[in-house]
Design a protein. Structure first.
Length: 473
């Protein structure tokens, strides 16, 4: 059957009916929505939207907060000599900023709505039994007690009832959240570190490797090799100068405060559970005012590291991001000069290159006309210009390590070597030698059995070329 063949009058009536229905349905839906919304609001929080002051006191009048919760847990905060404390067994500092905030909020509590004769029972509000009973004690012996129930369906408020009141109120959840905290939530989780710009000591241990930096003035004697920094490395090799730029970059990885992620155990009987019986890392830092010391064990299930600070017994966890400073390298931290001696400390030096030996000396003679000595610079028996002599000397002492020598000392003969004769000790000498490792590197050593650095062949070649050029050979 084709609808377009129907009687025109019937078609017009049908269209009118459909139009009326189309207009009525949205109105009915809107009316239903408004009715249901009104019913929901009435059920959740009937009454006028007003503010009801449940507690309004000066924060300094509050002296004690006691919370007893339905799950059996409790919280007690006490005021002792103008300072809030918790009766807890641990000795670490409390988060005073959090405590102060809790006190300010607790001394002034205002409800959002009042339910005069609630249609549902106290059980449905979570008030029989209550989820928490809070007792606030004020100066002068006055007390305020109220009960906290369930959150409202929206989750934004919680039901509250003053002790002895027939009325039930709703209060913003954030205003009473502190009454559901536990003692651990008030522990100070921020551990201050040290002032990197005033670092006076560093000790680091990792799998048998030790790095130790001390103030240069604490050394028993002045190092032969020149030191240009206030700290000096004494382990793993030393005394050696520090690469100030590398140390600065390393200390930038250390946060101003370390954030404790979790308090794991107060007095552990078995440190092996946390890898702290044989820690992976140990770090000690000290500036002019404070120190920081901790050991690091294994990871927990979410990737944080077990840590124990100083002489403390407790075990806590720190995030890996807070421990980036532990990825330090002794080679990067030390200065890279195999042997750098100030020209003021020597009066002669010799250079051996393959089968040739070159001699240089500095003659310092007193002058009757001046407090400064007259100085002559001699290379291969010929006096040369001071500037040229110092350029050669700088080229020799400026040979720098390009990489750490992780291997054995090569057995080949040294191809290049420098021996310095010390000015204040005519019998004293100091030498550095360079043995070829391959076509690209030499191993630099100052003792017969120790080599810290690999030096690029281009440096040795450059020093040798300058020496030959200046001597005309």
């Amino acid at each position: 059957m084709r609808y377009d063949s129907l009687d025109p009058q019937e078609t017009s009536v049908s269209r009118s009916r459909r139009l009326v229905i189309a207009l009525l349905v949205p109105l009915l839906l809107l009316g239903s929505y408004l009715y249901l919304k009104k019913q929901t609001v009435t059920q959740e929080a009937p009454g006028e939207a007003e503010q009801y002051d449940l507690i309004s006191r000066a924060a300094e009048d509050l002296e004690r907060i006691e919370v007893l919760r339905a799950d059996g847990s409790s919280l007690v905060l006490l005021k002792e000599e103008e300072r809030w404390v918790l009766p807890v067994p641990w000795k670490d500092e409390l988060d005073q900023s959090r405590l102060d905030l809790v006190i300010r909020i607790s001394s002034m509590l205002s409800a959002d709505r009042r339910l005069e004769n609630p249609a549902i029972g106290l059980e449905d509000f979570g008030l029989k039994p209550p989820q928490a009973v809070v007792t606030l004690a004020f100066r002068g012996g006055e007390r305020s007690v109220f009960e906290l129930g369930y959150p409202t369906p929206s989750g934004k408020q919680r039901y509250i009832r003053p002790e002895g009141s027939e009325a039930v109120y709703t209060i913003d959840t954030s205003r009473v959240a502190q009454f559901f905290l536990n003692q651990q939530d008030f522990r100070n989780t921020m551990i201050p570190t040290v002032n990197a710009e005033e670092l006076r000591y560093l000790f680091f241990r990792r799998k048998g490797e030790i790095i130790e930096l001390v103030p240069v003035e604490t050394l028993e004697s002045e190092p032969l090799s020149s030191i240009f920094t206030s700290l000096v490395m004494i382990r793993p090799r030393g005394p050696r100068g520090i690469d100030a730029h590398e140390l600065e970059q390393l200390m930038e990885k250390l946060p101003r405060e370390l954030k404790i992620q979790d308090f794991v155990e107060e007095k552990p009987e078995d440190l092996g559970l946390y890898g702290l019986d044989s820690p992976s890392y140990e770090l000690q830092l000290r500036d002019r005012e404070r120190s920081l010391s901790f050991i690091v064990g294994t990871r927990d299930s979410i990737g944080n590291y077990y840590v124990r600070f100083g002489e403390e017994e407790r075990v806590v966890t720190l995030a890996e991001s807070d421990l980036a400073v532990l990825q330090m390298d002794s080679f990067l931290l030390m200065d890279k000069f195999p042997l750098i001696i100030s020209i003021d400390k020597i009066d002669a030096f010799t250079v051996v290159h393959e089968n040739e030996t070159f001699s240089a000396r500095i003659e310092r003679n007193s002058s009757p006309d001046s407090d400064e000595p007259q100085v002559r610079y001699i290379l291969e028996g010929k006096e040369i210009d001071e500037k040229a002599f110092k350029k050669l000397y700088q080229k020799l002492v400026g040979i720098i390590g390009d990489a750490p020598n992780r291997g054995e000392l090569p057995t080949a003969r040294p191809e290049f070597g420098i021996t310095y004769r010390l000015k204040d000790d005519p019998q004293g000498e100091a030498s550095v030698w360079f043995k070829p490792v391959d076509k690209d590197f030499y191993a630099a050593f100052t003792d017969q059995d120790k080599s810290l650095f690999l030096v690029a062949s281009r440096q040795i070649k450059g020093a040798a070329e300058l020496l030959h050029k200046m001597t005309g050979e």
